[in-house]
Design a binder for this molecule. Structure first.
Ligand SMILES: [Zn+2]
Ligand SMILES: [Zn+2]
Length: 175
């Protein structure tokens, strides 16, 4: 949804509050697509702070389902986002690019709430998600989840590249 900020520009000390639903059902990046299990409304307050500037206080929470990086079990992570920002509407799109302003969700006097939510999630996204810090992962031979089951695979057997190095080492010892 786009919110028009122009009414906050024309009247000094003008304030306003919006509760905007989040439309996205999935959080998608170039490489991943994760289901959104739960989301709040985006609560946004605007306040005129003079000279074509609007102050924004926005907050929302989104729960995203990720596969654990080691065992692939689904885990849900809640992101609580709270942003306080001055939006300078004197800036043109070119100015923003020049100043490397991260605000990409403003178009003229409109704020694109969906884009804002997406951006905030993107910067908060973890590089790695583990179901627990000591997740044992899955057996790379039979594929069982080693957190809940054990298997009889010989996990002591070394990676072939590693055993070659060990052979060389042993041969060296025999000499
Ligand atoms: Zn795990
Ligand atoms: Zn196994």
């Amino acid at each position: 949804m786009n919110l028009d900020l122009s009414e906050f520009l024309s009247v000094s000390d003008k304030k306003g509050h919006f509760d905007v639903p989040i439309e996205m059902e999935k959080f998608q990046t170039k490489r991943t697509s994760n289901r959104i299990a739960d989301k709040s409304l985006v609560s946004i307050d605007f306040r005129n702070c003079g000279k074509k500037k609007v102050h924004m206080d926005a907050s929302f929470s989104v729960t995203i389902i990720f596969p654990c990086d080691r065992c692939l079990e689904d885990i849900s992570r809640e992101f609580k986002v709270d942003v306080n920002k001055d939006i300078d509407l004197n800036l043109t799109d070119e100015d923003r690019i020049e100043q490397l302003d991260e605000i990409t969700y403003i178009n003229e006097t409109y704020l694109d709430v969906e884009k804002f939510v997406y951006n905030e999630l993107l910067v908060n996204l973890p590089m790695k998600v583990l179901c627990k810090n000591d997740c044992k992962g899955i057996c790379n031979r039979c594929g069982v989840n080693l957190n809940s089951q054990s298997c009889d695979c010989d996990t002591n057997e070394l990676d072939p590249r590693m055993s070659k190095i060990l052979d060389i080492f042993n041969n060296f010892k025999e000499v």
